[in-house]
Write a protein that binds this ligand. Structure first.
Ligand SMILES: Nc1nc2c(c(=O)[nH]1)N[C@H]1C(S)=C(S)[C@@H](COP(=O)(O)OP(=O)(O)OC[C@H]3O[C@@H](n4cnc5c(=O)[nH]c(N)nc54)[C@H](O)[C@@H]3O)O[C@H]1N2
Ligand SMILES: Nc1nc2c(c(=O)[nH]1)N[C@H]1C(S)=C(S)[C@@H](COP(=O)(O)OP(=O)(O)OC[C@H]3O[C@@H](n4cnc5c(=O)[nH]c(N)nc54)[C@H](O)[C@@H]3O)O[C@H]1N2
Ligand code: SF4
Ligand SMILES: [Mo]
Length: 694
């Protein structure tokens, strides 16, 4: 008998596709995009198309494991679930008795974005136990904060609305790889005569399809936006009436613009004055105009202010609230799940202190004390490969007195350091509800097949741990459907966009649209900020001692040279998305690894020549934090001074490993924080590059 089971792609991607799994005799035999899903339209991206290779990968973990070698060696012996859970319980009881529950740090991120398997699993059990909280700032914290401060909420136009835009600026965002279902609508716009401009130091797949590609020096986009604003106002192309009516702090911003004449912005950004003037003119003269951003753009020390400056532009031209105009960032704030139904904090001890995930290595090696972190529980994340300053994380994970548990589908770089490894289910083996962050559809994920081996979902494992720790509250022991019902009912009681959205309906229709009052964000020109307007001036920033106006400051940039300090100047290393992986997920899948080729470093011909680097040579990419080795690709696709190596590689698969256990780019990236919201700064990373002479 053939069954067709509807589900949702759980991976970190704004598209959150509807998927269909065909199951025969308990085996998934076919997997494809739901043709009836408005966003998916029956096709999936290159990485998830071969999903059954991921689900039935021969390396899938099938049983719990206990470490038998040194930490990091990846040597384990199989144990039973009962042994694993009781050992975790014993260790935690001892640790809690000595240091308190805050000495336990749960660490999770974006393996799955499901409401239950991520959202609820991040909160309920850990709140009940009283562990430390994780400050989840690795991805887009600064942009999220800056957008909320400026326009009040992450609301965005529909992908399809871009088809009627006349000008689109895709700013530090690579949707061909990272939001593929946006692209057919953009192509349609282009066919209708829309001009597409991509601003990125690298000529990405998205830039290749643009009408104009502009490549500024990384981290200078805030200055570029201010320079555009300067030109627009100097030429009186701004919408004075709109600004007077709908913005707060316009006069202060206007005065600030005097600091950003094009000649000065040209020096900061490495662009010509004419480029800045033309960009400003085209943006102001062509309407409706849309600016599309995501998170790669703000993963640097200037992240928050960069986004504040960009958010000011649609206000200058009165584009917020216009059909096919404004800002397309994220739809995340339409859905506000009932917090208490999700987290049950009222039934828990006070929340523990917060530890910034970007500082994991530092936190494990002394930055966090009183109590120190004595146990780490990692699920849905792979910090050894995905978090910054990997060398310091490795040092922390090697601590003899740290008890580490990793719950994953695979023996990742992080799992190699675990004391106990637990096997996780894939999305086909679990139930969940997923919402998109690029659209406004909810998609129910029905479990399609039985778990492989003894794999268990996040929620199932936390239930076992709750029992082990003696917690019998019903909200720790519900089925996934019961959790979903509780959250949906509580949310719809207070939110009109959820009226009529029930679990039954989700199961029947598979994907359901939110009851939005209107499809155009801010069409009523009501902005959910304290002033109700676009806050060009932010009193909340001023209160924190931060610059209340958008702008660009010459911050002390990352500079941590190796010793001895090389004579050649450093280069800026950008490590955005790989086309065929999602962060480190799928970067162990043979067919996709083949398509991404050998781990590489794109370098401009001038920078290569100055270092006697030839195309195809192995290079050492290093700074004071660490190094990795990559294959040089000499190309004009990157601007001089910038090198690029996409994220996602597993250190253990490093083809250049030479008795050092293998490395990836995160052995060089910085764990300093950005100007706002504790944001990561992967892209503020200066490296020195030389030919590998070994
Ligand atoms: N295929 C694929 N898709 C993904 C992911 C993946 O790993 N692979 N990851 C998912 C996740 S976790 C996220 S957060 C999103 C991210 O989605 P995006 O933000 O689109 O992805 P990134 O590649 O991180 O960054 C986009 C671009 O920003 C550029 N950039 C970096 N610094 C600067 C700068 O200072 N100025 C300018 N103008 N550009 C800059 C980079 O060169 C890169 O091309 O994608 C999601 N989708
Ligand atoms: N150099 C560099 N590094 C970066 C970035 C960058 O731009 N440059 N970007 C950063 C960004 S934007 C992000 S979001 C982070 C992501 O950082 P992480 O979330 O730490 O990394 P992922 O690679 O997404 O790891 C997800 C892990 O979860 C596992 N997993 C998947 N589903 C489940 C499940 O249901 N249960 C359990 N228990 N495990 C599951 C996967 O097998 C995988 O090992 O990476 C960051 N890393
Ligand atoms: S990763 Fe994105 S585009 Fe690919 S299947 Fe999942 S939701 Fe769709
Ligand atoms: Mo991310």
């Amino acid at each position: 008998m053939l069954e067709k089971i509807h589900g949702a792609c759980p991976h970190d991607c704004p598209d959150t596709c509807g998927v269909i799994t065909e199951v025969k005799n308990g085996q998934a035999i076919k997997f494809y995009g739901d043709p009836e899903h408005t966003i998916t339209q029956g096709w999936l991206c290159a990485k998830v198309r071969p999903y059954l290779e991921h689900v039935y990968h021969p390396d899938r973990l099938q049983t719990p494991l206990r470490r038998i070698g040194s930490k990091g060696a990846g040597k384990f012996a199989e144990i039973s679930w009962a042994e694993a859970i009781s050992e975790i319980g014993q260790q935690w009881r001892t640790i809690i008795a000595k240091h308190g529950a805050e000495s336990i740090l749960p660490y999770s991120y974006s393996g799955t974005l499901g409401l239950v398997q991520m959202g609820v699993c991040n909160t309920r059990f850990w709140n009940r136990l009283g562990t430390s909280q994780l400050e989840r700032a690795i991805c887009g914290a600064a942009a999220e904060y800056a957008v909320q401060l400026t326009i009040g909420a992450r609301h965005a136009p529909r992908y399809q609305d871009v088809a009627d835009s006349r000008l689109v600026i895709i700013w530090g965002n690579n949707p061909v790889s990272t939001a593929p279902h946006f692209m057919p609508h953009l192509k349609k716009a282009q066919r209708n005569g829309c001009r597409v401009i991509v601003i990125d130091p690298r000529c990405t797949r998205t830039a290749r399809g643009a009408d104009w590609h502009i490549a500024p020096i990384p981290g200078t986009d805030g200055a570029l936006a201010m320079g555009m604003a300067h030109v627009i106002v100097a030429q009186n192309q701004h919408d004075e009436a709109w600004l007077q009516q709908n913005s707060f702090g316009w006069n202060q911003l206007r005065a600030r613009l005097a600091d950003y004449p094009p000649e000065q912005v040209a020096t900061i950004t490495g662009l010509s004055e004419q480029t800045i003037i033309d960009l400003a003119n085209q943006y102001a003269a062509t309407r409706p105009s849309m600016i599309k951003i995501a998170d790669g753009l703000q993963r640097n020390r200037h992240g928050g202010q960069t986004i504040r400056a960009i958010c000011a532009l649609p206000a200058l031209t009165g584009q917020y609230g216009q059909p096919s105009g404004g800002l397309m960032y994220s739809t995340s704030d339409y859905v506000k799940w009932d917090r208490e139904a999700m987290r049950h904090t009222a039934d828990c001890p006070p929340l523990g202190r917060s530890v910034n995930m970007n500082r994991l290595g530092a936190a494990l090696t002394g930055e966090v004390s009183d109590p120190p972190i004595q146990s780490l529980y990692v699920f849905g994340a792979n910090p050894m490969a995905a978090s910054p300053n990997a060398g310091l994380i490795a040092k922390g994970l090697q601590r003899d007195d740290l008890f580490t548990v990793v719950h994953d589908l695979f023996l990742t770089d992080t799992a190699d350091y675990a004391d106990i490894v637990l096997p996780a289910t894939s999305q086909l083996e679990q139930t969940d509800l997923n919402k998109g962050y690029g659209h406004t559809w909810l998609t129910y994920n029905q479990q399609a097949i039985e778990p492989l081996g003894q794999a268990k979902s996040n929620w199932q494992v936390l239930q076992l741990l709750a029992t082990e720790m003696g917690f019998d509250e019903p909200w720790l022991h519900q089925s996934v459907d019961e959790v979903l019902t509780e959250i949906l009912e509580a949310t719809s009681a207070n939110s009109s966009i959820f009226v009529g959205i029930t679990l039954e309906r989700l199961k029947k229709e598979h994907t359901v649209h939110l009851n939005l009052p209107h499809e155009i964000p801010f069409v009523d020109l009501q902005f959910p900020t304290p002033s109700g307007k676009v806050e060009l001036y932010s009193a909340r920033l001023a209160q924190q001692g931060l610059d209340p106006l958008p702008g660009w400051q010459d911050l002390s940039e990352d500079y941590a040279p190796p010793t001895p300090e090389p004579t050649m100047p450093p280069l800026s290393l950008l490590t955005g998305a790989a086309h065929h992986f999602t962060s480190t997920s799928f970067a162990n899948q043979a067919s996709l690894l083949k398509r991404e080729n050998t781990p590489f470093l794109e370098i401009h011909p001038d920078d290569a020549a100055a270092r006697q680097i030839m195309d195809g040579q192995t290079v050492v990419v290093e700074n004071g934090r660490g190094y990795c080795k990559l294959k040089a690709v000499v190309t004009e696709a990157v601007r001089p001074g910038v090198v690029v190596s996409p994220k996602g590689r597993w250190s253990k698969f490093d083809p250049f490993a030479n008795g050092d256990g293998g490395r990836n780019v995160n052995w060089t990236t910085s764990d300093e924080l950005a100007d706002m919201a504790g944001q990561s700064t992967f892209h503020s990373n200066r490296v020195w590059v030389r030919v590998d002479n070994e």
